[in-house]
Design a protein around this ligand. Sequence first.
Ligand code: NAP
Length: 750
Amino acid sequence: MSEQSCAPAERGILIIGLGLIGGSLAAALKEAGFAGRILACDRDADEVTSGIDMGLVDAGSTELAPWVAESSLIVLAVPVLAIEAVLRELAPHLGDQVITDVGSTKGAIEASVERVFGDIPPRFVLGHPIAGSEKSGVAASNPALYRRHKVILTPRADTDPDALARVRVLWAACGAELLEMDVARHDQVLARTSHLPHLLAFSLVDTLARQDERLEIFRYAAGGFRDFTRIAGSDPVMWRDIFSANREAVLGALDEFEAGVARLRRAVTDNDGDAMLAIFDRASHARQYFDTLLNQTSYQAMEQRNIRYRVTPGGNVRGRIRVPGDKSISHRSIMLGALAEGVTEVHGFLEGEDSLATLQAFREMGVAIEGPHQGRVTIHGVGLHGLKAPAGPLYVGNSGTAMRLFAGLLAGQAFDTELTGDVSLNKRPMGRVADPLREMGAVIETAEGGRPPLTIRGGQALRGIRYDMPMASAQVKSCLLLAGLYAEGETRVREPAPTRDHTERMLNGFGYAVQRDADEAWLQGGGRLTASPIDVPSDISSAAFYLVAAAITPGSDLLLEHVGTNPTRIGVINILKAMGADLELLNPREVGGEPVADIRVRHAPLKGIDIPVDQVPLAIDEFPVLFIAAANAEGVTRLRGAEELRVKESDRIQAMADGLAILGVENTVHSDGIDIVGRADASDTHVEHYSGGHVDSLGDHRIAMAFAIAALRAEGEIVIDDCANVATSFPGFVDLARRVGLSLEEQEAS
Ligand code: NAP
């Protein structure tokens, strides 16, 4: 929908209650270039006069009637308990206006609407901007108040779609991000995340103030007190209204809080240091995780930022670097560590958003996890049957691996769970795991088209199956083997082509026997996992960008340290070698069941090849950057048998083909691959083969990084849009790129 940029097409917008929230809405609409009239009604004539003087509203008064007919959309921005009276006054004058509100609670307001109108008219769309401040009144209006903030709408099944669309446009014009949920969920969520903290802040300040009538104590108050109690400066009337209007949900949240305080009190009374540490550690990490959300560095928030890379050509690639830990192994280390008996120490853990989300999910299921601190994580395993039901849905961010592996292990739990991800993950197919899991006896509900969220019903008796995978997918295989831990009998998976075997290796490392013969892997249910230390190798998928960077750039000599060289992952090495790259594997060794080596790569002229079909699954994530190698190789490189690439974070074949075409690299797309026409003469290091240009990564981190590498050999600057997701899979990519010699600037585009 293009609602993001357009100003509302309303004839007139009437704001009833011109305070902070109403005034800021008017200011934001003016700034967005709203062409209609903004009208205001407030019981305080001075507020309306101020609004007109400030240029926020075109006309208004303390009377309602004169302005209703002039408006096509009405926004109720009065305190929650004033809404019913305003609606009674409004009702006789109403025509076909769309009506919305900004009230901080929704159930009470819906009840008011029902009392006044007998039902909820379809053109009523209740809403709540999650933005505000302790200030009130129109003088505090801020046109940027809603920018990048969420607005929750609570439409009903019979809400008029046109009315809903118009309210969405209203808020989108103010720069807000829209969410929809039902009224009850809104009130519960807000009771916990907003109302309870305000209640506690008011109470703490009042308690201290009562103890010290002259308020002397506040002179000694440290930063902690100030941070914790800032919100106690909020408007008392508004908060009285909110607590009255959302009483049930607030009391429920308060009960949970009191139980939590009682637990902590007990730990302090008993001087139980372990219990205190467990609580503080869980809280401290939950807070850090929440911080990344708050700072808009992750998940949905990140998708709204447009981080742009500008990479100038030239430079060579030299030095010695260690890229971050392998994502697949980091995920699995947390999963198996949590399900093992004993304490698992992990080193080299990838502190990316995705693996942190996995870690957080296990904390929510009651597993005590210390760290991560500089790649070190300590997991206090709870055993295969020790997980506890989480309080809410488990959020796995952007990680397809996490969602599919979780689906397997959660299918065997005694409790229900809901698995959800960010907007892009929620579009990806999950039927490929849900269907075989159902064959094992799991009960799983998906959204339309087999997509997330997944609801997994606990307490099912799983039975082992023999599954012939229709596609070569390590995620599906791992999912079924993890479910197999909980199944009766043998779970056996056959793969049509070799896929990554990290799950099998790590299960064996944790003392759980997984057998392997030719194209089949199998295990018996009902065993146990024993904690085992894990030193996570560097991720070959991340190393691949630098392998290609050095391979295509004259004068390069780069050493990549401690890279995982699992045979199911080294397609990129095999393919680059077949293209003529100068790669050496030094000091090969084995770490925790996984082979590791240092890789030295120097420039050598590359030649186009027909990529061997058996290498395709072994290099599936590396193709974006291999396409850049192909563009720099002499002759044509042909890829087939890679239809899997079309259902990754983006349709990677099409997205890469489009970007390459912008740079002037000739290519032909096939249903399962691509032909890329490389250079006429790769040994001529002076002539560049393609131009600069402006490409869109479509939010796909690997495409963004691939085009950054391409710039080393471009004739002009390459600008890449939508690169925020790079931080998810490869924290530190930009710093490392600069360290080895790329001229990469990172900008926030508007
Ligand atoms: P505010 O600055 O106090 O503004 C409310 C305005 O409404 C005041 O000018 C008030 O006049 C006027 N008003 C009260 N009763 C009225 C009536 N019967 N008819 C006409 N005008 C009336 O409050 P606010 O912060 O903007 O909050 C307004 C709404 O936004 C509330 O429902 C609140 O729950 C919601 N909200 C607030 C925040 C926040 O952080 N502030 C965030 C999200 C949502 P008087 O000054 O004469 O009372």
